[in-house]
Design a protein around this ligand. Sequence first.
Ligand SMILES: NC(=O)C1=CN([C@@H]2O[C@H](COP(=O)(O)OP(=O)(O)OC[C@H]3O[C@@H](n4cnc5c(N)ncnc54)[C@H](OP(=O)(O)O)[C@@H]3O)[C@@H](O)[C@H]2O)C=CC1
Ligand SMILES: CC(=O)N[C@@H](CCC(=O)OP(=O)(O)O)C(=O)O
Length: 347
Amino acid sequence: MIKVGIVGGTGYTGVELLRLLANHPGAEVVAVTSRKEAGMKVAEMFPSLRGRVDVAFTTPDESDLKQCDVVFFATPHGVAMAQARELLQAGVKVIDLAADFRLKDPELFAQWYAMEHSCTDLLAEAVYGLPEVNREAIKAARLIGMAGCYPTSVQLGLLPLLEGGKQYIDSQTLIADCKSGVSGAGRKAEVGTLFAEAGDNFKAYGVKGHRHSPEIEQGLSTIHGAPVKLTFVPHLTPMIRGIHSTIYARIQPAGRDVDYQQLFEQRFAAEPFVDVLPAGSCPETRSVRGSNTARIAVHRPDNGDLLIILVVEDNLVKGASGQAVQVMNLMFGQPENAGLDIVPLLP
Ligand SMILES: NC(=O)C1=CN([C@@H]2O[C@H](COP(=O)(O)OP(=O)(O)OC[C@H]3O[C@@H](n4cnc5c(N)ncnc54)[C@H](OP(=O)(O)O)[C@@H]3O)[C@@H](O)[C@H]2O)C=CC1
Ligand SMILES: CC(=O)N[C@@H](CCC(=O)OP(=O)(O)O)C(=O)O
């Protein structure tokens, strides 16, 4: 059994890890932390876990965490980088759901996250947690910076078009128009995610710049092997879970004769958590609710020069905790879908 610790067990991604791991045949949660709720039984706070999770929240004390084989940080940015080194030295693998180990350039991190990076020597070692891109490196890693929620959807949508230096599309004029449910903002109280503010409403945010832009560009540039430029505009929608990304790409001369439906189907045929829909489809966020699957459709209106890629995922599952469990499975030689064989919830 893999002994698991979760720092930040009262947040949305933390409780989603608890839900998924409760069904995992090869992992057992032995430590869950919360500074505010230390001492309270997990199932008292989350009755959906009664009979499934029998531990209490503890303070984020390293002595408990050092007993684990792996520790997930489901915490705000900046927490994991303060504790990662000690845990790694104790032989514990670390999976950070925040952004501490995503950006390779510490100056870029300081610019977008308004804090200095306190653990720059570990940045080179950290592996980016996106299995469809980095599966082999993840298997060998001891420190993972999980891909962000929007970045997962955008990188999956563009992967078949850019990887290996393909010149099918213009890599300098990409546009990702993305929408997220309010759970993407976390469980803490904020006016913008109050029911009366976010319900029956729809708005863009971060148009001047969002911290996911440098992450997506870094990821896509690595995939492509050359710098990629992308305009990213996130929106808040009155849903609880779900991300819908609409991605626009201009076809280049080298891409005029490509069968894009076939390209996407072939690229993802062996991927357990990416489903390419039949030609002409429009994926719905509710078709992935609660599951680790991303569904993708690729459109080329009037056989013209514009490609439109639609990607849906559950931000808390493929966009966060489910993908983190997928990564843990790879790191510990478990079946990749262990604990993740979930039929999405309808309605
Ligand atoms: N929500 C989403 O869709 C996604 C979130 N993420 C990332 O995952 C991380 C967690 O997000 P989310 O679950 O939404 O956040 P929440 O705000 O819902 O939860 C944060 C958790 O962290 C704990 N915490 C806060 N500060 C500290 C600290 N200094 N030290 C230790 N624990 C702390 C909180 O508990 P307590 O204060 O009691 O200790 C709480 O359990 C974030 O970095 C986020 O960017 C990534 C992908 C998607
Ligand atoms: C709706 C909403 O507010 N979404 C968050 C992104 C979700 C998140 O927590 O970001 P990471 O994936 O980088 O961890 C935001 O835009 O800041």
